[in-house]
Ligand binder design. Sequence first.
Ligand SMILES: [Zn+2]
Ligand SMILES: [Zn+2]
Length: 269
Amino acid sequence: MLLDTHAHSDFSMDASYPLETMLQEALRKGLSVFTITDHFDPDYPNPLGEGEIFTMDSGPYLQEVLRLKEKYRGQIELLFGVELGLQPHVAEELRAWVQGLPLDFVIGSSHIVDGRDPYLPGFFDDRSEHDGYRDYFRTFLPNLAVYSDLSVYGHLDYVVRYGPNKDADYRPQDFFEILEPSLARMIELGIGVELNTAGWAKGLNMPHPHPDILKRYRELGGEIVTIGSDAHLPERIAYGFDRAKDLLRDLGFRYFTYFRERKPVFLPL
Ligand SMILES: [Zn+2]
Ligand SMILES: [Zn+2]
């Protein structure tokens, strides 16, 4: 069974393909389930000054999902998700946006560290790679402290994509002092982790997070792992899906997961 639980359409500022185009490609690739998870990132730093650039109205998004869900019924199951950009001071906005929506799946992601996205230039100008990675990992617990109504935490070491040497010198163990309590808290809260294959797609030797982090999550008792491509382009849908399943199996997982109506569905690996 082929599926993808993390993808973007033109409801996201950084993607330009209509949801129907993404869904048609998912269907063409033989997916049974496709979860769209467009961005809702309040107070994302706007390089041009004031004003939201990474949020959207839930109304048109929901309407389009419902329309396509019906249109493609019996061919592919479209599930309704969102990727929330977590920051400690935006929790109320997240709650207000999610309120009353029939979401199947909610990814919470750290994109912003102290008002800056490692994806944008300048993040590493005034800190070492190690300190940049550390500062990123330090966002998890404060974010979870104010907002934990999540299915999974997304791409746990996203910052590594943008480090000066990316994953060449990256050893997750150097950060376990921060990562272990974060993973333990996710497990306590029933929040899964995402295996995000975009790391491979972007030329790293690892998905997000690094296999050692997935392994530690399992050792600490974590059982919920979703597989997502984070596709912003049709051709990236389900990228590395089989490789991801092989990796999870090698790490000792027996199941992977997707969510429908906010409930985990476990599939054997
Ligand atoms: Zn993200
Ligand atoms: Zn994403």
